[in-house]
Design a protein around this ligand. Structure first.
Ligand code: SF4
Length: 442
């Protein structure tokens, strides 16, 4: 569907004028869409990549004769449909992920943003992020994405070592990555994030830390550290299975993570989430919505969303998953206006489990106020105040429960998964004990 050009230019122009970072509190985060509000974040999935990286099991395809105009129409249609079905009136942030969305044309990005700005309120200073791979992100392309409304870049740099990049099957070299990073910072100052991987086969702590130090000399205000996860069905998994490569050593990876986060802290970065570090308030608004269990819409093949559909009683949040394969997804969008393959209503307990698991990933954790938005009857004190296990975790200095809420300490954040086991079972136990007579539902 063609969209009126005047309005599109209007939004992009306003967005350009408003290109300033929304300041985040030193110890807090950006505001997230409240659980049942008419506000949401929007994720857009671009499903294609130039080639398959050796470790990747994401939903991505190698393009063969992609009809981008048709794909664009479907992305626009699905965004409009999901905005209507969710009753969302205000979109707080947009994230183009993939796949490799920097392979899409800037026109496609602009068309989706235009459609969103027409169907809902998209504030001019909304965070609009695009994931970019160095080989598909020349300076002129990045500038064109900026002109289309993108104001933040997340660069899949992964490593600054050419041998490691080859092992990962990346299409770029370390020098390509550094060049893209420099261009990105020139065009989007203060709004460029880089991903760095750790825990690769044969990777050693010292050389990896030197990569991180090198990166810190030239990076912007946001860094994400990801541990390689060896996924069945990937080329890397097969190589390790056959003995052609050593298996990644989890102890070395843990050491890299611990040393890496200390180096980042020393460099003035706040670890605001398990894998994410920011300085000068450059937290990702979009991802903050996920960790705070705000509503989000997922558009595109295989995209995930979480929202309360209108007309279904108006209070049950659903997990929605779009059809994975792009051609099938396009057929469904053409026929039905959206390609939702699965709708999974979330029970109250499941939602609370998500609030706990996602919230504790952040340094702010779960404030009493935040928890109350999801569960007004059982407070965090009711749930965890008398638990011996929680007391034990507090005594070990891993967890804090106080007037602010429940959160991990610096040490606790590094071992979050082990803490969650106790916390989730305590929540489930308390939920089973909660009866309609003892705790009246609103
Ligand atoms: S570019 Fe990203 S999505 Fe594409 S194959 Fe590589 S890791 Fe996977």
């Amino acid at each position: 569907m063609a969209l009126p050009r005047g309005q599109a230019r209007g939004w992009v122009k306003a967005a350009k004028l408003a290109q300033r970072r929304r300041p985040a509190e030193d110890t807090g985060g950006p505001q997230s869409p409240a659980p049942g509000s008419q506000r949401a974040a929007l994720y857009v999935h671009w499903p294609y990549c130039e080639k398959r990286c050796s470790y990747c099991n994401f939903n991505k395809y190698i393009p063969r004769g992609v009809d981008e105009a048709a794909l664009r129409r479907c992305l626009v249609t699905e965004a409009q449909t999901l905005l209507r079905l969710s009753g969302v009136r205000r979109v707080e942030s947009v994230f183009f992920g993939g796949g490799t969305p920097s392979l899409a044309s800037p026109q496609t990005v602009a068309a989706v943003l235009e459609a969103v700005a027409q169907a809902a309120h998209l504030p001019a200073d909304s965070e609009v992020t695009l994931e970019a791979n160095p080989t598909s992100a020349s300076g002129s392309r990045l500038a064109a994405f900026g002109a289309a409304g993108v104001n933040r870049l997340s660069i899949g740099l992964q490593s600054l070592d050419d041998t490691e990049l080859q092992l990962l099957g990346r299409t770029h070299s370390a020098s390509d990555a550094l060049q893209t990073l420099a261009e990105a910072q020139r065009l989007f100052p203060g709004r460029v994030s880089v991903d760095l991987m750790l825990g690769l086969p044969a990777q050693q702590v010292g050389p990896w830390l030197r990569q991180l130090q090198d990166l810190l000399r030239c990076c912007d205000d946001h860094v994400s550290l990801y541990q390689l996860s060896l996924e069945r069905g990937t080329a890397l998994f097969t190589q390790v299975q056959k003995g052609a490569l050593p298996a990644p050593d989890p102890e070395l990876a843990a050491e890299m993570y611990q040393e890496g986060r200390a180096v980042l802290r020393e460099a003035g970065f706040r670890q605001y989430e398990v894998s994410n570090f920011a300085r000068n308030g450059a937290l990702s608004t979009h991802n903050w919505t996920y960790w705070q269990c705000g509503q989000y819409l997922g558009v595109g093949p295989g995209a995930h969303g979480r929202f309360i559909p209108q007309g279904a009683g108006g209070h049950t949040r659903e997990a929605r998953i779009q059809t994975l394969e792009p051609d099938n997804w396009m057929k469904e969008v053409t026929l039905f206006g959206h390609g939702t393959r699965r709708r999974i209503p979330l029970s109250e307990l499941e939602l609370l489990e998500e609030v706990l698991v996602m919230g504790l990933r952040t340094d702010v954790g779960i404030t009493h106020q935040h928890w109350q938005q999801f569960e007004p009857q059982l407070t965090l004190w009711d749930l965890f105040g008398a638990s011996k296990e929680v007391k034990g975790l507090q005594e070990q200095g891993l967890l804090l429960l106080d007037h602010r809420g429940l959160r991990c300490s610096w040490e606790g954040l590094a071992v979050l998964d082990s803490l969650l086991l106790s916390l989730l079972s305590r929540l489930q136990e308390a939920w089973q004990q909660k009866t309609p007579s003892s705790v009246p539902r609103g």
